[in-house]
Structures are given as structure tokens and as C-alpha cells.
Design a protein around this ligand. Structure first.
Ligand code: GDP
Ligand code: MG
Length: 349
């Protein structure tokens, strides 16, 4: 299967066969952050920086107060205070502990400077979060089928609109499947997006079988030679085993049309849900064969560190982040850019 490099800026020439490493290192020049470069406030960096504003402000103010201009002696009290500040961002005890231990190992009984604390924190987090490229797994032939799953209100339907926007910018045609047949409003919401974005949509009556909507959507995508088919699903809890089983059934029905489908099962998590997002990730990744995570609502809270334990605990790559409510507020995820944004002290306005 080929891979779609979502960082590609070209509208007309999607990079379908980009080598895996190109999405993390060979990003477009706007986004490319090489060591020593002054970060730009445009592109992915600007967007994620803006979204992480509250987290960055809390983190940097805390660390600055802790270390002071002249630096700070690294003793047990300092290490304890540092840990307490780090976990406020929802990065979790594991990652915060690792940063504390790295600082202790390098600087114990010496005076540490702000820049050194930040450098160590960035190195430690980068190591924890490293992942394969964020590229979408693409079908080599026929439509690429993407299924979107998660709990109610996580941001599934909005993330689908954002994905359509990205694909459309690259000149790809999209068929949507309104697989959340549970609520009439959900079908309406997706229909409105499809009209705005110029994507075809397959719907079923309220209460109808979501697997049949998914089947028809994939079938329509094949018949119309569409590049992409994205199937929405009703929100469900990771603990509702019958509903989790239904996701498996939807996937199996798609296979009748396209044997490799779904090429991607994207789990949408609400970043503001904190520890709850982590248990959702656990439940869904076990039951729904997810292939990647969309971290929605990374804006809007001071808990933007939640991406760290999500990467630490699960083998699943974070593929996209939601940075607001409009279709433009979306970005492919890149670890280095995220870590740079989280600790960007150059100007935290
Ligand atoms: P679904 O139930 O999982 O389909 O969730 P929806 O896509 O309907 O989104 C639920 C609410 O979250 C809506 O009000 C969206 O506008 C909002 N939302 C979704 N993604 C984001 C995001 O990245 N940032 C913000 N701030 N709001 C979002
Ligand atoms: Mg929805």
C-alpha cells in the first residue's frame, strides 16, 4: 500500500509514494524546523503553537519561576517541584518522572539553567513520542477507505470535515458514508459538511444498519472512481461490547467491496478528556483494530501534554491534531514540531 503524505503542499501533485521518513523530516519549508532555526509562526508550527498557547504559558511560567534567571541548584526539592509542574499539563507521571530523572542524572548537585531544563525535557519527550510517519495508508488501487471511530462528542464528524478539506486541497475526490445512523442530527451535520466541501454522501434512514450505509458508501466510491471513502460511525463507549463488535461488522462488510478496507481506522480522542482519553484509547485500540489517532480539541485547554502519554502507552501513531472548530483547524501530527511548540519560550504570546 502506498502512503499519502499529508504535509505535501502541492494541490495538483499529491505525493502518494513519498518515503516514510519524508513526512517527519522532509516537510514543506514552511514547517521545517531545523536545529537553530527561529520557529516561524506560520503553517503547522503556527497552528499548533496557537492551540497549545495555554499549555505553553503555564509550563513556561512555572519552569521560569522554578529555575529563575540565575539558575537553580538541583536537589530533591527542586526535582519534586519540577515534577509537580510537569504533570499539570496532563503529560502523566511516567513522562514527567522520566524528565525529572534525566535532569537528576545530568545535573544533580549542580546549578541548572532554564535552557538546560528545557533541552532535557524536549529530548526526553521526543524519545518517548517517536513514531512512524503520520501518513495516511493509501490503497494502491481503487478508493482508500477510512473509518472514523470514538466516543460521543469526541470530534469524529468535525474531524471528517477536516480530512475532506485536506484531501480536497490535494485534488482528491471523496465519498462520505453517514454511518452514525443513530441520531438524525448526525446525518444532517455530515450532509451540511459534504455540501460545503463538495463531497458525495451516502446516507441511510435514522436507525438503519450502519454496516449497510458503509457498504453503499464504499460501493459508490468504487463505482464513481473516487479516491477516498470516509465512513462516520455513531459514538460508543469502549466498554459497550456489542457496539464495539458492531465496528468489526462494519469493517467486514466493507471488505466485501474492497478486500483491504478499511485501510485506516482512525480513533478520534478528545484531548480535554485527560485520563479518560487514555482509557478510551486503550479500549478502542484493543477492540476496533485502530490504525491511528486523531487528537481533537488540542486547543482550548492547558492540558496539551496529553499527547505524550497517549504516545507512550500505545503503539498507535497520532496522525492528526484538531486545533479548532473549522475545517482549516487541523494538522498532520509531527512529534518534533509538537515538542518544539510545547517548549517554545522565544515568545509565548
Ligand atoms: P462527534 O460526536 O464525535 O462526531 O463530535 P463532533 O464532531 O460533532 O464534535 C463535537 C463538538 O466538538 C462540536 O461542537 C465541534 O465543533 C467540537 N470540536 C470538534 N473538534 C474540535 C477541535 O479540534 N477543537 C475545538 N475547539 N472543538 C472541536
Ligand atoms: Mg458525529
Amino acid at each position: 500500500m502506498a502512503r499519502w503524505n499529508p504535509f505535501s503542499k502541492s494541490e495538483k501533485e499529491p505525493v502518494e509514494d513519498a518515503p516514510a521518513e519524508s513526512s517527519t523530516t522532509g516537510v514543506s519549508s514552511d514547517n521545517n524546523q531545523t536545529e537553530g532555526d527561529k520557529p516561524k509562526k506560520t503553517g503547522f508550527f503556527g497552528g499548533i503553537k496557537q492551540a497549545l498557547k495555554k499549555t505553553v504559558r503555564v509550563l513556561n511560567t512555572d519552569i521560569r519561576d522554578l529555575v529563575k534567571e540565575e539558575g537553580r541548584l538541583v536537589d530533591d526539592q527542586f526535582l519534586e517541584e519540577l515534577f509537580a509542574h510537569l504533570i499539570k499539563t496532563d503529560m502523566g507521571n511516567g513522562p514527567a518522572g522520566k524528565i525529572r530523572d534525566s535532569i537528576a542524572k545530568k545535573y544533580r548537585a549542580r546549578v541548572v539553567k532554564m535552557a538546560e531544563v528545557i533541552e532535557t525535557a524536549k529530548e526526553t519527550i521526543t524519545e518517548i513520542m517517536k513514531q512512524e510517519a503520520a501518513d495516511i495508508i493509501m490503497a494502491t488501487e481503487g478508493p482508500t477507505v477510512i473509518m472514523v471511530v470514538g466516543v460521543n462528542g469526541a470530534g469524529k464528524t468535525t474531524s471528517i470535515a477536516k480530512l475532506v478539506n485536506l484531501f480536497k486541497k490535494q485534488g482528491k475526490s471523496v465519498v462520505l458514508g453517514a454511518g452514525d445512523t443513530f441520531r438524525a442530527a448526525a446525518v444532517e451535520q455530515l450532509t451540511v459538511w459534504s455540501q460545503r466541501m463538495g463531497a458525495e454522501i451516502v446516507t441511510g434512514r435514522q436507525g438503519s444498519d450502519p454496516a449497510s450505509v458503509a457498504y453503499k458508501a464504499v460501493d459508490t466510491a468504487v463505482k464513481t472512481n473516487a479516491d477516498i471513502c470516509i465512513v462516520d460511525t455513531a459514538g460508543r463507549l469502549q466498554t459497550q461490547s456489542n457496539l464495539m463488535e458492531e465496528l468489526g461488522r462494519i469493517g467486514r462488510v466493507m471488505k466485501k467491496v474492497v478486500p483491504e478496507a478499511p485501510h485506516e481506522v482512525l480513533l478520534v480522542l478528545d484531548s480535554t478528556a485527560g485520563q479518560n482519553a487514555i482509557s478510551q484509547a486503550r479500549g478502542f485500540s484493543e477492540a476496533a483494530s485502530c490504525t491511528g489517532i486523531v487528537l481533537a480539541k488540542l486547543d482550548g485547554s492547558a492540558k496539551g501534554g496529553v499527547a505524550i502519554p497517549i504516545r507512550e502507552e500505545f503503539g498507535l501513531p497520532v496522525k492528526f491534531v484538531g486545533l479548532g472548530e473549522t475545517p482549516e483547524d487541523f494538522a498532520p501530527f509531527d512529534v518534533q514540531t509538537y515538542v518544539d511548540a510545547l517548549f517554545d519560550v522565544a515568545d509565548d504570546e
